[in-house]
Design a protein around this ligand. Structure first.
Ligand code: IMP
Length: 185
């Protein structure tokens, strides 16, 4: 089966591929943009984008919206993660948390999967903490400053396969795979 993933992000694509290809799903990157509405919900952003792309990409395809939610910052940057990463980056987040001992945070991933006009949503969440300094140069985005529960490494120190064991995206993609293979939502 061939499945399209609408994303600019090569890192996200490699993570999805590491889960889907071994189970016989050939993943193709659809590297075109779509509008991201302003909303406090990742699910709203993903659903709007799915509607926009429905008649522009051959189905089945999916897209994913994700964000980093930091406890001490009351969930910031959350849905604004892309803008915050592009503006202040990992260094800016470390600066905001300077002298802060409460380092809890989580990532969330929301997948919108489109098959014959129908949109299905799959979610994943990964709890962890913000590191004291950047570590590792693998992955993308906030990977070098996020340590998932159950590991001492940051995502930036992990290959995609290891990151997938813990990550928000690993969880949402495995739910998508389960649905495609067994029809279970
Ligand atoms: P997007 O809108 O889903 O592309 O993600 C928003 C931002 O969140 C991205 O620009 C990344 O900086 C960050 N982000 C999302 N997922 C991850 C991840 O798995 N690791 C690190 N950063 C991520």
């Amino acid at each position: 089966m061939k499945l399209r993933f609408a994303t600019h992000n090569k890192g996200k694509f490699m993570e999805a591929k590491a889960i889907l290809e071994p189970i016989g799903i050939t993943l193709e990157q659809y590297d075109k943009g779509y509008p991201e509405i302003q909303s406090t919900s990742l699910e709203d952003v993903a659903t709007y984008a799915a509607d926009f792309l429905k008649d522009k990409i051959e189905s089945p395809f999916f897209l994913e919206d994700a964000g980093l939610f930091i406890d001490a910052l009351k969930g910031f940057p959350g849905v604004y993660s892309a803008y915050v990463f592009a503006s202040i980056g990992c260094e800016g987040i470390l600066k905001l948390l300077e002298d802060c001992t409460e380092r809890g945070a989580h990532f969330e991933s929301v997948i919108a999967y489109i098959e014959n006009e129908d949109v299905k949503i799959f979610k994943g969440r990964c709890k962890g903490k913000i590191a004291m300094e950047k570590r590792g140069n693998k992955g993308f985005g906030f990977d070098p400053i996020f340590i998932p529960n159950g590991s001492n490494k940051t995502f930036g120190e992990m290959e995609p396969e290891e990151k997938n064991v813990y990550s928000h995206r690993g969880k949402s993609i495995r739910k998508l795979a389960e649905y495609i293979v067994n029809g279970l939502a």
